[in-house]
Ligand binder design. Structure first.
Ligand code: PLP
Ligand code: COI
Length: 341
């Protein structure tokens, strides 16, 4: 695959796509230890046809971004939280955790090695980082791998959902994760099971599917790639409490921001039957940032939030505050950002 060059990129219209950049990180776990890791230009991975991850899905990943500041420097946003969550995912999938300090160091090295690909301030783009790990042992019986490969690639991206335009979503009849399953882990299987419901939603004219809790199908869980929030008509920020959703780093950050803004935030079970309590709703995640939900269709009934054309005032304020901190424009009172340069 041809390597992308900075001059090939239209910074203001990046989309959410893969580009083969000059450098990525690679480390291997073999003979009972991680080998130390290094940057490589090789974007191809080679493993045996019987490799664990191909058959039994021992694969976990993360997603985080590097942000170009106004002064030209580069920020990372809470990479320690991604390192921690990847350890938790590894434990759930019985994989060998990557040392968290090495994770952060590797993220920094990948960004610095590809720094000409961190989009300009004001373009709306960021450098998306995708740490991932897979079981590589050739194995036929179902058992955990004894060897692993850990990698981090980077790709410049624009918005996952373009602009702050509210989009229509639909409640799926399918589940993405099982009760007591792997919903809290960032593992490939959860995304594989979301592909069909997501396609069905898109074919029916929606931006994507929103899942209910897999046990009772009564409470809102999350989107295939982001957590859900709603702002009640009297201004409270609510986000689902559930054992089958991914603990979003964006969500945890917004809970703090919402408290600072006096929105009395809570994580609580959100009955789908109470959906009309919300004046605003949205999706939140690294890729999604904050994406307003214009409407939600459930059992053929459509619930609208605001005028469906522009983000509500609280959603806009949350977006401005979060991105203001990430890009270094606002005070970072919780020390969430790391200045890389
Ligand atoms: N939920 C799912 C299923 C996701 O894939 C993501 C994206 O990482 C999120 C939520 C949001 O998590 P974060 O804010 O840590 O990116
Ligand atoms: C992220 O926000 O980092 C994600 O992983 C969501 C999606 C692109 C799978």
């Amino acid at each position: 695959m041809a390597k992308t060059r900075p001059e090939d990129l239209d910074w203001n219209n990046l989309g959410f796509k893969y580009h083969d950049l000059p450098f990525r990180w690679v480390d291997k776990f073999q003979d009972g230890k991680w080998q130390g890791g290094q940057l490589t230009s090789d974007s191809t991975i080679t493993f045996n046809e019987a490799a664990e991850e191909l058959h039994y899905g021992q694969e976990i990943f993360e997603g985080l971004k590097a942000y170009r500041r106004k002064d030209g420097g580069i920020n990372l946003f809470r990479p320690d939280q991604n390192a921690k969550r990847m350890t938790k995912s590894a434990e759930r999938l019985l994989m060998e955790p990557y040392p968290e300090d090495k994770f952060i160091e590797a993220v920094k090295q990948v960004v610095l090695a590809n720094q000409e690909f961190v989009p300009p301030y004001g373009s709306g783009g960021t450098l998306y980082l995708r740490p991932f790990m897979m079981g590589t042992q050739s194995i036929v019986g179902v058992a955990p791998s004894e060897t692993y490969e850990f990698r981090i690639y980077a790709t410049p991206v624009g918005a996952y959902v373009k602009g702050l335009n509210p989009m229509p979503y639909v409640i799926s009849d399918y589940d993405r994760a099982a009760p007591y399953g792997t919903g809290q882990a960032k593992t490939a299987g959860n995304y594989a099971s979301s592909l069909m419901p997501s396609l069905l939603a898109k074919k029916a004219g929606f931006a994507d599917a929103l899942y209910l809790d897999p046990k009772e199908h009564k409470y809102i869980d999350e989107f295939g790639g982001a957590n859900f929030f709603g702002i009640t008509k009297d201004g409270q920020f609510q986000t689902p409490k559930s054992d089958s959703i991914l603990p979003s780093i964006t969500k945890h950050s917004i809970l703090k921001i919402a408290a600072d803004l006096g929105l009395d935030p809570i994580e609580t079970k959100i009955p789908i039957d109470n959906i009309d309590q919300f004046a605003e709703a949205g999706a939140m995640g690294t890729a999604a940032v904050i994406s307003p939900v214009g409407s939600l269709t459930y059992q053929d009934k459509k619930y609208s939030f605001g005028n469906e054309k522009e983000a509500g005032p609280i959603t806009q304020k949350l977006y401005d505050t979060l991105t203001g901190i990430q890009f270094g424009d606002l005070e970072d009172k919780y020390n969430w950002t790391i200045k890389l340069s």
